[in-house]
Design a protein around this ligand. Structure first.
Ligand SMILES: Nc1nc(=O)c2c([nH]1)NC[C@@H]1CN(c3ccc(C(=O)N[C@@H](CCC(=O)O)C(=O)O)cc3)C=[N+]21
Length: 283
């Protein structure tokens, strides 16, 4: 059986084309242009790359986009003041504070200062709680993108064994909750898990989100499994995922490449969430 590639770039393009049309309708019918503010504190090089990708993606679908680049000396109070301003800005429907934040700034305090209705990252405690309860909420972009990719395989998730490797608040935990909602049997593995290979070997769906290059070996993958790789680490200037792609491709039925898999979907889901936030304000 030939492996099929879950092309995050191509799927993103389809979704983004749809968003372009939705933006046109929103403008025509309500005079509203979805607006996203991205706040970046400090000089982390990778963060600057991601933020400019987000800005570009916004412009391309016709959103209003603002980027605030603040020096690493910015105080927590200054950041809270900016969020207050953006919470009250009618042009802005979504606010994203790029992580990681410099030391001394409490990430959870900052995220929970964003109005829940503008929390397009889905990191506010209210949205996290709603996700946990299975209620309508803003779903974090990477987990949402991963679910979309799995759904594009056309395979039924119900009853399948999904093994999530990684327990971060941004990817591992929320993606496990989403898979549970789709009636998968979910196992969460992490850095303290003993015999990781034993779990991965029984997985119908593998979601790797640890950021350890090629931790998941091809020989761990069950034949016919769906393999989603959310890892992106630069190794010798090359982007490497958490999965040994070549070897895993010999076993998997579907697999995401790195780059061009989960990464572009993350940004596409940010656009979707921002559109959703703008639409909610028309109601
Ligand atoms: N508040 C917040 N929200 C986030 O969503 C958020 C964040 N902070 N901090 C950092 C992570 C990381 N992240 C990525 C987004 C796109 C790609 C992406 O598009 N990657 C391309 C390649 C990019 C490259 O060439 O470096 C790909 O995989 O094809 C990757 C990673 C969002 N994050």
């Amino acid at each position: 059986m030939e492996v099929k590639i879950l092309d995050g770039k191509k799927i993103s393009e389809e979704i983004r084309n749809h968003i372009v049309n939705e933006v046109k309708k929103l403008k025509a019918n309500y005079g509203i242009t979805p607006g996203l503010s991205v706040v970046l504190v400090g000089d982390d090089a990778a963060s600057h790359v991601y933020v400019s990708m987000k800005e570009k993606a916004c412009k391309k679908v016709g959103f209003h986009s603002e980027v605030y680049k603040l020096p690493k000396e910015t105080t927590q109070q200054e950041l809270l003041n900016l969020i207050n301003k953006l919470n009250n800005d009618e042009k802005i429907h979504g606010i994203l504070v790029q992580l990681p934040l410099p030391k001394g700034i409490d990430e959870h305090l900052i995220n929970s200062h964003i109005a829940p209705t503008k929390d397009v990252d889905g990191f506010h405690a209210v949205n996290t709680g709603k996700l946990f309860l299975g209620k309508e909420s803003f779903i974090p972009c990477t987990p949402k993108g991963i679910l979309e990719l799995i759904k594009r395989t056309g395979e039924d998730i119900t009853g399948k064994h999904a093994v999530v490797i990684g327990r971060s608040n941004i990817v591992g935990k929320p993606v496990a909750i989403l898979l549970l909602k789709e009636n998968a049997t979910v196992t969460i593995c992490h850095s303290k898990t003993k015999n990781l290979d034993k779990y991965v070997q029984t997985a119908d769906i593998v979601v790797a989100a640890v950021g350890v290059p090629e931790l998941i070996k091809g020989n761990m993958i069950k034949k016919g499994a769906i393999v989603i790789d959310a890892g992106t680490r630069k190794v010798n200037n090359k982007l490497v995922g958490d999965v040994e792609f070549e070897e895993a491709s010999k076993k998997a039925s579907w697999i995401t490449p790195v780059p061009g898999g989960v990464g572009p979907m993350t940004i596409t889901m940010l656009l979707e969430n921002t559109l959703k936030a703008a639409k909610a304000q028309c109601e």
